[in-house]
Design a protein around this ligand. Sequence first.
Ligand SMILES: C[S@@+](CC[C@H](N)C(=O)[O-])C[C@H]1O[C@@H](n2cnc3c(N)ncnc32)[C@H](O)[C@@H]1O
Ligand code: SF4
Ligand code: SF4
Length: 365
Amino acid sequence: MVDSTPATGSPFDLRMAALSLTNNCNLRCRMCPVVQTDHFDNLSRTKAFEVADFLVRRKFQGLCVTGGEATLAPYFWEFMDYLRGTDLAITLLSNATRLKEERIARLTGWARLSVVVSIDGTQSVHDGIRGAGTFESSTRAIRAMTDSGIRVGVNTVIQRANFRTLPDLYEFFKPIPLAWHSFAYAEGRYENECLSLEELLASEAPLLDIMARSKTDGREVSLTPGMVRGFYLSERFPDIPLHPGKGCTVPQHGFHIDADGLFRPCWHYAWPFPADKWNINTRTLDDMVDSPEYRQAVLEAISGKCRGCSTLCYVWDEDFKRKVTEWPHRMERALPALYLKDFVRRRMPALFGMLKRVKTSTHPK
Ligand SMILES: C[S@@+](CC[C@H](N)C(=O)[O-])C[C@H]1O[C@@H](n2cnc3c(N)ncnc32)[C@H](O)[C@@H]1O
Ligand code: SF4
Ligand code: SF4
């Protein structure tokens, strides 16, 4: 049963938004889908402030400021100063290479701020993925921020170039008081940076190693054995997503706005929203979230139209996080049948095709 109690005056219980100020970036990380384009958009200053006002007025809990590299937006510091005066919990995602000490001073003493910095390996691995010198500048900024009492989390994207050396990275950060160190598998198929099936399986050992070390050290690493196993299984059985779409709370609790103004309840579902009509440059946010089309599309998606996804992007949502971390346990009983199906599909394609045709004729859609 979907809880559609209006807590903010909008159809659902909206509480969280993500806003991309620009899709441009000073880096070109190997696995990044955002910069795989020749066309860069920047959200205007007016629109960014309008979104912040909307969130305050509708009593949202939090805003994630992201990009591209959000610090490139010309109004970035003015925007951050403004957000600091609100009750919103702010999460800034940044590569931190542009966060020099004098800028960092502007972020100190802000209780509701978290800065998430991407670090993808120890020096040579990170620089190989993100560009020469970036490890040095990003980790210098991390140290300066934690020394100033700013809450800093590190996010590491697990990919072909780093998965074997992740425990070394974990050890590098041990003396630094991070709020957490999260790990997420690379999504998409960009330039073959994502792990193959075999590499995915081989990535289990270093991640389980980190989990064991973090227990002893009492450090938060945002990993569970369930997540690690779940990713392997969802890759092996792509028809079975890690996170079931039915009843998904993500589109009921938040939305994204991209640098070109595009509005989407989540980024992993094909919403029936034409890009020109669902855009903060052509329509107000109030108009969009209060419209019957919005409510209808979300209800349809979470009532079974969305077949699910395997992203970890939305772990800010506790319900989503629980499902992602527990998924494999729920699926354990179904695994023998899945392995058998997979075996028949790979080794006996003719039989597989015949069984599929029989199934379709017995249970037509
Ligand atoms: C697109 S970046 C924007 C913020 C900032 N530029 C940074 O790198 O932290 C947001 C997050 O997505 C991660 N990311 C990049 N490519 C990814 C991929 N293919 N799959 C999953 N996460 C990815 C980045 O490492 C970063 O933690
Ligand atoms: S710094 Fe962030 S936005 Fe820029 S290329 Fe790397 S992952 Fe993408
Ligand atoms: S695509 Fe993923 S996040 Fe979006 S509604 Fe479906 S399951 Fe939820």
